[in-house]
Each structure stands twice: as C-alpha cells, then as structure tokens.
Design a protein around this ligand. Structure first.
Ligand SMILES: O=C(O)CCC(=O)C(=O)O
Ligand SMILES: [Fe+2]
Length: 344
C-alpha cells in the first residue's frame, strides 16, 4: 500500500464525514477530533473512518476521540482514587517500586526523565516534575498494590478492562487503516503487556527552571496510548516541520490517542510517533500556586514475544523494510531502562 504522504502537518483533514471528524484549531495547528459512535455499528463505516485515521497517523500521529464506550463514572473514580493515593505519605507510596523484572509501581519526583529514553543528547534536562504509579496486565503475574487506598485495585482493574476493550476497537480501525483484515492484530495482542499509569504533577509556587518539565519531550514506546487528561492543560505536541509546540486541548469525556515508536517501526515509518511534553501553563496559577495536574495513560503494548517486523502492507519495492526484526518487549525495555535509569 504505502500511500505517499505529503506529510503536511497542518493539513486540512477532509471533512467528508462531517459528523465524525472535526478539528480543534489554534492559530497554527489542528488536532483532529474523531467521534467513534458510528464506528461500533458497521464495518463499512469503520472502513471510511479508517481512511481518515490513516491520514492522521501519517501526519500528526495524535487525535482525540469522543463517542467511546468508557463509563464516565469510572473515569472520575480513577482520577479521584489516584489523587487520594498521591496525597498519601511517601512511605506508603514507596511500598511498591519498579525494577527490570517489575517495570511498574511508584516513581517519585526526580525518578524519571522521559527525554532520556527519547534523545540521549538531552541529558541537560532535569528529571520530570511528576509522580506516577503503574500496573501491568493481570495475566502477566501478580499485580503489586499499595496498602492504601483500599478501593484502588477494584477501580484500577475496572478502568484497565475498559481501556483494553477500547484498545481492541482501535486496533480494528488501525488494521483497516493499513489495508489489513480488521482482526489482523488479534493474535498479536492476546497476551498483551498494556500498562496503566496514573501521573500526578504536584502544584508548586515558583516557575520551573528552563531545563525542567512536568514531562520532558519524548515519544511513547508502545503501539499507541489512550490518555485521559484533566482540564489544567499543558500537554503539547511537536510539529516536526518547524519544531513548534502546539497545545492539545482538553475536551470533556474524551481521550487523546497517540502512536508510539513500536507502531511507527512496525509500519516502516508510514505512521509517525510524535514527540510531546507536558509544560506548566503559566495562566493556571491560583493563590500563587501553579495548579496540580492529574492524567491517566493506558499504554497499549502488544504480546511481549511478538517479533516486530515490517507489517506486510507497509513495504514495497521502492520502500523496503528499514528495520531489523526485534522482540517487542526488548524494544519497550530499552526505552524504559534509559528513561528511569534502572539497571536493577
Ligand atoms: O500527562 C500527560 O498528559 C502526558 C504524559 C505522557 O505523555 C506520558 O507519560 O507518556
Ligand atoms: Fe507520552
């Protein structure tokens, strides 16, 4: 297939499906917004939507979805229980920490610098000003939970399940977008290693040093990410044509979807994994404090033993496969270990 893309970042997406795709525009940019509602109904419609998704994935690799089936109450429960956790004493938060063998649990302030996994020359950047807690899938082995809050495991597992169901629907759309059978990804995700991570960016009083971010510039590692952000703002995506950063808007009851490195490698760079970061919006100061921010990321990661080699529809005589085969988990771990600098 390998459609030649103009790679014009500010492309005006065809609005032929006026009811399903619109776009959020700032002066110079656009983040497409896709309403999934009808895509659950029929395959013909999914195929049409998939064509638009292919266009978006070639150009920006980021879009916002509405009309998903994730319950709003469970989204709010997830945000609230996460805040409760991050307000607990450090001794409780540190009960579960990560390692090479268990790359989940709690990371505190200064424990991670996402830009290190992205660009090794960015070592001048200070660690990210954030805390996080993560879990992997239940089938990988026993999930380690902190002793508090008591309802954490049930709320997180419920949210995890709903995100996984949404990811299966998105994999179908991605398969159609790549001219594959819509079930093509099914046997590549039946032992998936998707990770659920809650991120808390604490409030603070003075401006951050120039070389520190809430999340430093990075690309995500896996296939794609389903992100829930709150209304505080600060998430920005880089326009690869002029390196300018554009804001990703907050839209109620929506999710941000962005492709990760594994997907761009898998598609022979037909699709892009776009750099993004989280800054502190300067207009969001209350009583001399920059507001805290809470987000929830579901990182869709495929079967750990899947060998990632160019997807059949993504190469041609003119565009042979660029990358050697690699085990999917090795790709993820290389990045994880460089951004956390965990060698244990
Ligand atoms: O907190 C956010 O909005 C984004 C976080 C992020 O990009 C990540 O953890 O990969
Ligand atoms: Fe990210």
């Amino acid at each position: 297939m390998m459609i030649k893309s103009s790679k014009i970042f500010y492309k005006v997406f065809y609005l032929k499906h006026l009811n399903s795709i619109s776009q959020y525009s700032t002066k110079n940019s656009s983040i497409p917004i896709i309403d999934l509602t009808k895509s659950y109904e029929n395959k013909k419609y999914r195929k049409e939507l998939a064509e638009q998704i292919d266009e978006i994935c070639q150009n920006i690799g980021f879009f916002i979805i509405t009309g998903h089936l994730i319950d709003e109450k469970i989204q709010n429960d997830m945000i609230n229980i996460s805040k409760e956790f991050f307000h607990l004493p450090l001794t409780i938060k540190r009960e579960i920490t990560g390692s090479k063998d268990y790359p989940y649990g709690y990371n505190g302030l200064n424990d991670e610098n996402l830009s290190r996994g992205y660009n090794h020359s960015s070592s001048y950047l200070l660690p990210d000003l954030k805390e996080s807690f993560s879990i992997g899938p239940e089938h990988e082995g026993k999930i380690r939970w902190p002793s508090k809050p008591l309802l954490m495991s049930s709320i997180w597992l419920n949210y995890y399940k709903q995100c996984h169901n949404l990811s299966k629907h998105l994999y179908k759309l991605f398969a159609l977008a790549l001219n594959l059978d819509e079930h093509w990804f099914d046997n590549k995700i039946n032992e998936h290693r998707s990770a659920l991570r809650s991120l808390y960016y604490p409030s603070f009083s003075s401006s951050l040093p120039e070389n520190q971010y809430r999340s430093s510039p990075h690309t995500d590692y896996g296939a794609f990410t389903i992100l829930k952000q709150d209304s505080i703002g600060g998430l920005q995506v880089q326009n690869r044509l002029n390196n300018k950063w554009i804001d990703v808007p907050f839209i109620d009851n929506s999710f941000v979807i962005n492709l990760g490195d594994l997907m761009s490698r898998w598609t022979n760079d037909h699709w892009v994994s776009t750099p993004h970061r989280v800054i502190t919006p300067l207009n969001n100061k209350i009583n001399d404090l920059y507001s805290s921010r809470q987000s929830i990321a579901f990182f869709c990661q495929i079967n750990p033993n899947e060998i990632v080699t160019c997807i059949p529809t993504c190469s041609s005589i003119d565009k042979p496969p660029k990358y050697p085969p690699i085990k999917s988990w090795d790709l993820i771990m290389q990045k994880y270990l460089s951004s956390t600098q965990k060698n244990y």
